[in-house]
Design a protein around this ligand. Structure first.
Ligand code: ZN
Ligand code: ZN
Ligand code: ZN
Length: 294
């Protein structure tokens, strides 16, 4: 799996407009934080997580190739403000955007023209398929170049063993060899953004969770066995809807994660070079354009 951090900043980005603080005026590129989003590459698929208002600028730095899926964590502007800029990707075909119902309804109200059916589309609008997902119900980004057979195996696994799906998938892959290798199974996980229920995503032994303050105990079995984690750590002082850096570190420890990268950071944390020194082993401040491979 390869992950490119497209943006590691909080909702207003860093530097924050008009702020003279030492982080906002730092010349270190690692202190320039666009709004929060990442690009995942796995089994030849490119999966975007959230589509920030900085999406255009973020993607100009990356090879122009199709996006196989766009996963949306929630409808706050800093996570969806770039959806209109998916337009150039429509030349490869409609872009599949996955969001839960509450979030999808908000998007339909705010940017309805992005989701017009093919036969009624005004030329030049983004061509987006909005696909509703639910927490705890895994979905598959299928490999379209292969026979559908492999996906049937995956769907069986999903039905049979929701909580142990990763072990089951491993067994199927060992048994069937290449046949399942290119399908990507994604598990949406419920997390709480203050009072707002939103989703994080688990893919194999990796989880991406942003804008979390707390997580219900019922979700923890779905995170069992994750080795790598991207999670939000806003600043050091408490916030009603975001974890602090300390809360993020404690969460990563509880899950027994091997490596953790913090995102959604504000200018209230110290400059990258200073703050990074104070983190425990295995925990890092993510930075924009960082490429993580495992
Ligand atoms: Zn946010
Ligand atoms: Zn500042
Ligand atoms: Zn938010």
């Amino acid at each position: 799996m390869k992950i490119t951090i497209l943006g590691s900043g909080t909702s207003c980005g860093v530097p924050q407009i008009g702020c003279p603080c030492e982080v906002c005026t730092s010349t270190n590129p690692k202190d320039k934080r666009l709004r929060c989003s990442s690009l995942l590459e796995i089994y030849g698929k490119r999966i975007l997580i959230d589509c920030s208002p900085d999406f255009r600028e973020q993607m100009l730095r990356i090879d122009f190739k199709p996006l196989d899926a766009v996963l949306i964590t929630h409808e706050h502007y800093d996570h969806v403000g770039g959806l209109d800029d998916l337009r150039p990707y429509s030349i490869f075909g409609d872009v599949d955007v996955y969001a839960e119902k509450f979030c999808a309804d908000h998007l339909m109200e705010r940017i309805p023209y992005c989701f017009t059916p093919k036969d009624k589309r005004y030329p030049g609008v983004p061509a987006i398929n909005l696909i509703e997902i639910e927490p705890h119900v895994p979905f598959v980004i299928k490999d379209v170049e292969r026979e559908p057979m492999a996906s049937e195996y995956l769907e069986d696994a999903i039905k049979m063993k929701r909580q142990q799906i990763w072990e089951e998938l491993q067994r199927i892959r060992e048994r069937e060899g290449d046949i399942c290798r290119k399908d990507v199974v994604i598990m949406p996980i419920r997390v709480m953004h203050g009072n707002l229920p939103i989703v994080g995503f688990r893919i194999e032994n990796f989880a991406y969770i942003t804008d979390m303050k707390t997580i219900p105990d019922t979700e923890l079995p779905l995170l069992q066995g994750i080795d790598y984690l991207i999670v939000n750590g806003l600043r050091h002082t408490s916030h009603p809807s975001h974890q602090t850096i300390e809360e993020a570190i404690a969460f990563a420890r509880q899950q027994g994660v091997r490596e953790t990268w913090l995102v959604h950071m504000s200018h209230h944390i110290r400059p990258h070079a200073v703050e990074e020194q104070s983190l425990p082993p295995g925990v890092h401040l993510a930075y924009d354009n960082e490429v993580i491979e495992f």
